[in-house]
Design a protein around this ligand. Structure first.
Ligand code: S3P
Length: 424
């Protein structure tokens, strides 16, 4: 696909689609709860639709219309043995959290995904769940497809070796089915939407700093969930507004859960003009209006415990850094290698093709500033965030940019290209 290139003066207001992490969890808790759950501003991206299909295959009735999703939950025991293989498509969140849910159900199920999922590590989830008594059979030990044989789960104490909300959430779902209290200690604070939603659905979870305690045998009650806009989707327009000359972009109703707002801190540290106003509660989460304007930026160092708070935004932050004065160093971000694609290699390869001086390291990237971008042929690697980052890069390119596999963006932001067009 030919990308939109050489634009100036992007102005306008965008309502980014619903948060992907919260949309997934709204279906999961809705299915496990007793009674009806309605979800508004649900993200109709391919990943979240995969979660709906997985629960339908487990016997849960879910009505899907453009303005709302209705989940008819029948409690934990409402899940039934599926007739076929459960397919998560490209969704890492779906497969990892489902392993925690399925581990304690009294039936067998096999779960698989696309070619990217087949390469992503599942051992990080299966290993702690096995300590709780879960039974898995997986291809080459640690990769999908995974056959789950439902088992009786025991509580445990577990210190997470990686900062991952997916691993943490899978253990929480297993702990909710175990007999007793499980303690999970995080390495660094990661997104806490699972913990928030347990409370919203009438359950209990204790979080003290990095220690989480959760007791099994809890029952949940159907709720009305309103999903805030996804800051990880807003990130593409935050960066566009800062680097495209003469721009001012307003992003309404963006989720600003503090475990997700690392990009705002980085933009401020780089001297970017960014404001967050009209802060309001959206269910148990917070949202606000983010406004950005073209800014003179300076390079920075990004590492340490901010990384989990902006992990999905790092590809587009690398682009942002290429327009700042001086060098930017991203470190402590080896997790980028196990995302939808290896995002260190992919960002370095594709931004280099457009003229950016960027070097990959073992745990991040080093990006030179004040780079002029030119045209070229780039690829998304089937990774939605790579595709969207490259479209924002193309806005600065002085000649044609052709993107291979642009459809990948449908995973999290089906209307992305329309929203870019609405700004000029
Ligand atoms: C997610 C957690 C993160 C993130 C992913 C969504 C979630 O993954 O990258 O896009 O919804 O829990 P990790 O937990 O593997 O870091």
């Amino acid at each position: 696909m030919q990308l939109i290139t050489d634009k100036q003066g992007l102005t306008g207001t965008i309502q980014v689609p619903g948060d992907k992490s919260i949309s997934h969890r709204s279906i999961m808790f809705g299915a496990l709860a007793e009674g009806t759950t309605t979800v508004t501003n649900f993200l109709h991206g391919e990943d979240c639709l995969s979660t709906i299909e997985v629960f339908r295959a487990l016997g849960v009735e879910i009505e899907d219309s453009p303005d709302k999703i209705v989940v008819h939950g029948k409690g934990w025991d409402g899940l039934q043995k599926p007739t076929g293989i459960l397919d998560v498509g490209n969704s890492g969140t779906t497969i990892r959290l489902m392993l925690g849910i399925l581990a304690g159900r009294p039936f067998d199920a096999t779960i698989k995904g696309d070619a990217s999922i087949a390469k992503r590590p599942m051992g990080r989830v299966m290993s702690p769940l096995r300590e709780m008594g879960a039974i898995f059979e997986a291809k080459e030990a640690n990769f999908a497809p995974v056959k789950v044989t439902g088992a009786k789960l025991e509580p445990m104490e577990y210190t997470l070796p990686v900062a991952s909300a997916q691993v943490k959430s899978a253990i929480i779902f297993a702990a909710l089915q175990a007999d007793g209290e499980t303690t999970i200690i995080e390495k660094e604070k990661t997104r806490d939407h699972t913990e928030q939603m347990i409370r919203q659905f009438g359950g209990e979870i204790d979080v003290t700093d990095l220690t989480i305690r959760v007791t099994g045998g809890q029952r949940f009650v159907g709720q009305e969930v309103v999903v805030p806009g996804d800051i990880s989707s807003a990130a593409f327009f935050i960066v566009a507004g800062l680097i495209v000359p003469g721009s001012k972009i307003r992003l309404e109703n963006v989720g600003i859960n503090p475990t997700r707002t690392g990009i705002i801190d980085v933009v401020k540290a780089m001297g970017g003009k960014i404001t967050v106003e009209e802060i309001h509660a959206v269910g148990d989460e917070a949202a606000g209006t983010i406004t950005v304007e073209t800014s003179d930026l300076v390079g920075t160092e990004i590492g340490g415990d901010i990384i989990p708070r902006l992990i999905d935004e790092l590809p587009v932050i690398a682009l942002l850094a290429s327009q700042a004065k001086g060098q930017t160093v991203i470190k402590d971000a080896a997790e980028l290698k196990v995302k939808e694609t290896n995002r260190i290699d992919a960002v370095v390869a594709e931004l280099s093709k457009l003229g950016v001086q960027i070097t990959g390291t073992d745990d991040g990237m080093i990006i030179e500033g004040h780079q002029k971008l030119h045209g070229g042929k780039v690829k998304s690697y089937g990774d939605h965030r790579m595709g969207m980052m490259l479209q924002i890069a193309a806005l600065l390119a002085d000649s044609d940019v052709e993107l291979e596999n642009a459809e990948a963006i449908k995973v999290s932001y089906p209307t992305f290209f329309e929203d870019v067009r609405s700004l000029y």
